[in-house]
Design a protein around this ligand. Structure first.
Ligand code: COA
Length: 274
């Protein structure tokens, strides 16, 4: 049984853990309790054998209206110690935990995705959005800047001009625009969003978990490295897959291609042993 929370709901189906921020009456604005619970939820899901792919979304038709202006900002403004504790909890799950999560992660966006919600949006590996979702970097419109990790994650994801335009104007944009500027992988009619997200998750589950984990972590880590660091890191990461992969992916894949002639890597995943 997945744990129960006040502001987070986990529904596990066929290897997918649908993980919903669950404050629909507040458009899933993130308050301190929600941040504490999301840390617990991700700890659980990373260790859970039934969970192969984690989808992060929001209950009630919205992704998230960002940090809670009342409970995260105003209430903590006069309490620096508690403010720091909650800021660390928020950054931990929204960025650190998701960025290097051991399993593939997908953000499924519908309704509003605002402000601080961009941190976990951009930390996930893939973004599937409804065409009619509404994204907004609203911070400039109420006197702050895109904090948490939003500004940094944004410039790492989209072209500089797009980052400046949307952060400085705060203009809302839809899912199609999110796809055009590189925030989302696919913009989909809202009625098909969940099915298409599940299809992507199923395709990810066909891969060797060890090879997939190493690949996503390598793609993230090499961005910050020099050429020689990347060369060394990638060589060792490749060795690590072979040393620790219960699927013996490398040997299986090569053998199925060369000996059995049963598949071609360009067109799909090899047949896993586990
Ligand atoms: N923080 C705290 N409360 C929020 C919130 C937020 N970020 N976003 C929405 N809510 C609350 C509203 O205050 C309202 O509460 P109430 O019913 O007690 O009055 C409730 O959620 C519903 O919001 P409402 O504005 O009536 O819904 P809407 O569908 O008309 O508009 C938004 C949705 C997201 C466009 C609008 O609520 C909004 O602009 N929110 C602020 C988003 C923002 O700038 N976030 C950045 C934080 S980093």
């Amino acid at each position: 049984m997945a744990p129960k929370f006040q502001h987070v709901e986990i529904v596990r189906e066929d290897g997918i853990a649908w993980t919903y921020l669950n404050r629909p009456e507040k458009r899933n604005a993130m308050n301190p309790q929600l941040h504490i619970e999301m840390n617990q939820a991700l700890d659980y899901l990373e260790a859970d054998d039934e969970t192969k792919v984690v989808v992060i979304s929001g209950a009630g038709g919205n992704f998230s209206a960002g940090q809670d202006l009342k409970e995260y900002f105003r209430a903590l403004d006069g309490d620096p110690a508690e403010g720091k504790r909650i800021w660390l909890a928020a950054n931990n799950w929204q960025w650190n935990r998701l960025y290097m999560f051991n399993k593939p992660t997908i953000a499924m966006v519908h309704g509003y995705c605002v402000g601080g919600a961009f941190t976990h949006l951009l930390a996930t590996d893939f973004v599937m959005t409804a065409e009619d979702a509404t994204f907004s970097l609203s911070e400039v419109n109420w006197g702050i800047l895109p904090g948490g990790m939003v500004s940094k994650a944004l410039v790492d994801t989209v072209l500089h001009r797009h980052a400046l335009y949307y952060a400085c104007l705060g203009d809302p944009f839809d899912g199609k625009e999110a796809q055009r500027i590189g925030i989302a992988n696919f913009a989909i009619p809202a009625s098909d969003l969940k099915d298409e997200t599940a299809k992507l998750a199923m395709r990810l589950m066909e891969k060797s978990p060890a090879a997939l984990r190493a690949t996503k972590q390598a793609i993230r880590q090499v961005r910050q490295m020099s050429m020689s660091q990347a060369e060394d890191y990638l060589q060792e990461k490749k060795n690590a897959i072979r040393a620790k992969d219960p699927d013996h992916s490398y040997e299986s894949g090569i053998s199925q291609f060369l000996d059995d002639k049963s598949y071609k890597p360009v067109y799909g995943a090899f047949k896993r042993q586990n």
